[in-house]
Design a protein around this ligand. Structure first.
Ligand code: ZN
Length: 123
């Protein structure tokens, strides 16, 4: 006698949802489309954000992507390509977020231009 096992349906693999944080430059461009730029303040009015605030606004203030992005932007690195033609030699700027804040507040650079600089270095 042959024992026949019932056919077991192979479960269909559910695709693992991998979330990828948007590029910093893309988040900045996206957020700038619906908000005004603020200077020397992160988020002084409901529709105004500095460049950093704009990025966080676009990604969402409290989620994993934002935490990762915040951690990444706060890590020490060579930011001279982002600060080219301005204060690239200033040793006080060693993180991406410091560079972004400097361009936003120190140079009052429009956010799309800051995004251009970030995109130029692959961020
Ligand atoms: Zn500068």
């Amino acid at each position: 006698m042959t024992l026949t096992l019932p056919a077991v349906e192979t479960p269909v693999a559910t695709p693992v949802e991998t979330k990828t944080a948007p590029k910093i430059s893309e988040a900045l461009r996206l957020g700038a489309m619906s908000t005004k730029q603020a200077f020397n303040a992160f988020h002084p009015k409901p529709d105004k954000f500095c460049a950093m605030g704009t990025i966080m606004h676009a990604v969402g203030f409290e989620n994993t992507e934002t935490e990762l992005m915040w951690e990444f932007m706060g890590a020490n690195c060579d930011v001279s390509p982002i600060l080219r033609d301005c204060c690239a030699s200033n040793p006080n700027f060693t993180t991406i977020w410091a560079a972004i804040i400097h361009l936003n507040d120190g140079h009052r650079m429009p956010r799309d231009q800051i995004a251009d600089r970030l995109a130029a270095v692959g961020l």
